[in-house]
Every structure is written in C-alpha cells, then in structure tokens.
Design a protein around this ligand. Sequence first.
Ligand SMILES: *[C@@H]1O[C@H](CO)[C@@H](O)[C@H](O)[C@H]1NC(C)=O
Ligand SMILES: *[C@@H]1O[C@H](CO)[C@@H](O)[C@H](O)[C@H]1NC(C)=O
Ligand SMILES: *[C@@H]1O[C@H](CO)[C@@H](O)[C@H](O)[C@H]1NC(C)=O
Ligand SMILES: *[C@@H]1O[C@H](CO)[C@@H](O)[C@H](O)[C@H]1NC(C)=O
Length: 323
Amino acid sequence: MRQTKQLGFMLIVLGYLIPVIWGFPFGPVLDVDVTPRTTVHVKGLLGCNHFRGAAVNYSSLLLEDGPGLLYVGAREAIYKLDTSNISDTSISVSLEWAASAEQKRQCLSKGKNNQTECYNHVRFLDRYNDSHLYTCGTHAFRPRCAYIDVARFTFVRFEEGKEKCPYDPTKGYTGFITDGEMYSASQYEFRNIPDIRRNFPFPNLRTEDSPTSWLLESNFVGSALLRESINSSIGDDDKLYFFFTERNIEPTAYSSQTNVARVARVCKGDIGGQRSLQRKWTSFLKARLVCAIPDYELYFNVLRSVFVVEGSSVHDSVLYGVF
Ligand SMILES: *[C@@H]1O[C@H](CO)[C@@H](O)[C@H](O)[C@H]1NC(C)=O
Ligand SMILES: *[C@@H]1O[C@H](CO)[C@@H](O)[C@H](O)[C@H]1NC(C)=O
Ligand SMILES: *[C@@H]1O[C@H](CO)[C@@H](O)[C@H](O)[C@H]1NC(C)=O
Ligand SMILES: *[C@@H]1O[C@H](CO)[C@@H](O)[C@H](O)[C@H]1NC(C)=O
C-alpha cells in the first residue's frame, strides 16, 4: 500500500452521468435529478480510502456487503479487502494466479504482446455458492476458470475457460452468476465474435451469428437481472439485460453516428428452440439507448458503464448509464 499523494486541487472529469429514460416496464424517472455531474472537487475525495497492491490492471470487482468484503481481480492476482478500511493492508489478503511460463511462451509464439496480453487478467469474479467464488482469467490467451474456497481463500479446482471468458484483456466483458447459472457477454475467441451466453448449466445458450448477426462488434459494459416474475399478474419471466456499444448499420440523420449504445434482453427461462434456434436464445431483443441533447446536437453514443438501483419491484428499479 502506498500513501496517496495529497494534491492541493484536483478536478476529475467523470463524463456525463445521465439516467437512461425507460419505457415499460420501468417507471418514469423524470423526478430524478438529471443534472450531469462532470466534476468532483478534491475535498469531495478527502477521507477516501485507497488500495494499491503490487499487481496492475484491476479489471473485476465483487462487493459482498454482508461479510464486508471487496474482492478485486487484477493481473495475475486476486485481492480480498475489508470494506471497513480497504487501505489496511494488515487485514487484506492476496491470492496469486499467474499463467505458467510455458503458457506465456505459447502466447508469445501466437504473436501476442508479452507486456500486456500474455498475462492472466482476472476478468470475472462472482459468488458461486455459500462456500465458493467462481473466477475466470484470460490466462495468457488461453482462458481458465476456477473455484475459490472463501474460508481459506485458496483455489480448489481449475477448469477450461474459453467458452466463458474473452482471450483479449481489452475486450468488453460482463457477466454474473445467479441461482447456480452463469451468464456472460463478450467478444470471445480468436475471431472476436460478440455473444451473449448462458455458460452453465446445460444446455448452454448463445446468440445467433449466422446468417444474420444479432450483434455487431459489440463492446459489453454491464448486465443485470431483473426479477419481473415477482408479483407479476401476467406470469412474466425474469429478464436479463446486457448493455453495450456496437457498430451502427442503421441509417440515421447523423451519418457521424458510427456507434450506437444498446440494451439487449433475454428471458431467464429461455431453453432455446425446438427445431430452429436450437441452443440459441428464442427471446432475444435489442433496443437503442438514446442519450442526447438534440438542441445542442450532442449525441452520446458510447456507453461506458451502467448501474442498477433495484427497487422493491422491477417497476421501481432505476438504471443509470454513463455515456
Ligand atoms: C485505514 O488503514 C490505514 C492503513 O493502516 C490507516 O492509516 C488509516 O488511518 C485507516 N483509516 C481508518 C478510517 O481507520
Ligand atoms: C518480451 O519479448 C521480447 C522479445 O520478443 C523480449 O526482448 C522481452 O524481454 C520480453 N519481455 C518479457 C517481460 O518477457
Ligand atoms: C495494464 O496496465 C498497464 C500498466 O499500467 C498498461 O500499460 C496496460 O495498458 C493495461 N492494460 C492491459 C490490458 O494490459
Ligand atoms: C460449492 O461448490 C463447490 C464447487 O463445486 C463444492 O465443492 C462445494 O461443496 C459447494 N458448497 C456448497 C455449500 O454447496
């Protein structure tokens, strides 16, 4: 841990934080303050705790409010921090997870960069069950996944990860585990084909990539489960939402809009088609997310992050997007 330098004055441009305005089934969010917060003064950061371990590239986070723990997936390491004070290194623990020298050599021989790509970047971290976490890493261009025994904070079992984790550490990636089911979205494998998947249990499900692609070079930034089945009078299924930016092929009034922010939705109960669309989603839909101030000709087409504030019901849930 290094003491963070105290700067007299600092401004951080956060980008526009604008709530996405949703139609059905989400309630109107017009009563939310939509003023973009673009700056944070340094005094707003005083008292913040910082953590910096020996590893770089912190690319996944898992916050567990109950036990007060924050798990951080980095390059070749996973940290377990205490949320009461993440700076306190006497109570933080790290777990090393490096790709082997042989794996790194193979990565280099594939023409990959040994300064960035030929490391194990930990991209996925989520709760698997009461006693274990599940994690996936790029593993020097040969993805691996593993179970972590939470009590001992050690790996207990490794498995193949190429269906669950991108090879490339810079590709957008999102996913989660819920009810013993893993869902993820990324551009997988060497061909970088974007896909939204149910990774387990069997049968696995995917999006269609031929003859018509449902996704176009999509860069995924977030995902969420909204339990629409709860108290649903019409027997609705729970829904999974995936947020991303992708190449735009629709004609628009503004030809400069080569990218478009989108949300895709699938039903949690989807089991794939019987004849056509076997092992493919049959409930896939996608829609555009419009974040714009047309009077100023400002169009925000690149989605960076989303955050879900879950309400007591799906209609009270609010999704924030950072464009
Ligand atoms: C957190 O831990 C750091 C390092 O041990 C210590 O300097 C700091 O005072 C602690 N902060 C609080 C609020 O206890
Ligand atoms: C990366 O590869 C280059 C040559 O291909 C080599 O000179 C360099 O030492 C390697 N760096 C690391 C960190 O392995
Ligand atoms: C990881 O961190 C290093 C050093 O900060 C940086 O050069 C690199 O671009 C980062 N990302 C990846 C994917 O390696
Ligand atoms: C959680 O999953 C792990 C890995 O499959 C298994 O070994 C363990 O017994 C499970 N724990 C519980 C509480 O079900």
